[in-house]
Design a protein around this ligand. Structure first.
Ligand code: 3AM
Length: 179
């Protein structure tokens, strides 16, 4: 049995609903349900039970103190036909990057193969299909400088993700408190 796994930070309850008010009706843009909002730290992919066990053990050893992250601004990845609309978390926050490094090490030491592309931390708000950047421009302009919240990051989470026709369904597999 394989699970499709990734490690992320769950947005606190209070912050999840901040984005609802932004929600413009743009054809082809699907907003994520508030309970699914997260910041991906490490995408791992399909993992068998044995490697998952090792991964759980390694993640439990990660020691990083809780820290604050500003949630600021919005943007879109994907050139003139963006695929992802996101909220930002400030630039180069050292604690976030330290946590990312520890998580990547935990994944690698479990004999797994995380996505090693450069880390561009973001909170995916919506996924777009066939939407031009021009159509997103008013939204991006209105909120690009917004200061949404100050997020106290107190844990990270191992999720499994199941792909369905309606989008991905995430399940919390392990929640590890920062200390
Ligand atoms: O946090 P976001 O939404 O940007 O895009 C997927 C999502 O990122 C990403 O992992 C997160 C949880 O599903 N993802 C999915 N497949 C991926 C892959 N093959 C991937 N990231 C890298 N490589």
């Amino acid at each position: 049995m394989f699970k499709r796994l990734f490690v992320g930070l769950e947005l606190p309850e209070g912050s999840r609903h901040l984005f609802r008010k932004l929600d413009p009706q743009i054809k082809g843009l699907r907003w994520l349900p508030p309970e699914q909002l997260h910041l991906t730290m490490s995408f791992i992919g399909d993992v068998d039970a044995e490697h998952e066990e090792q991964l759980r053990g390694n993640l439990a050893q990660v020691r990083v103190s809780p820290f604050f992250l500003p949630i600021t601004g919005v943007g879109a990845f994907g050139g003139e036909r963006p695929s992802v609309v996101w909220a930002g978390v400030g630039k180069g926050h050292p604690h976030l990057f330290a946590l990312h490094q520890h998580i990547q090490d935990a994944v690698l030491h479990a004999g797994l193969d995380p996505d090693l592309k450069p880390f561009h931390p973001h909170i995916t708000l919506g996924r777009a299909r066939g939407v031009s950047r021009a159509a997103l421009k008013p939204f991006l302009r209105d909120y690009q400088e917004s200061e949404f919240d100050l997020w106290k990051v107190t844990s990270f989470t191992l999720f499994s993700s199941r792909l369905t026709a309606e989008g991905s369904i995430y399940t919390v597999e392990l929640r590890q408190e920062l200390q």
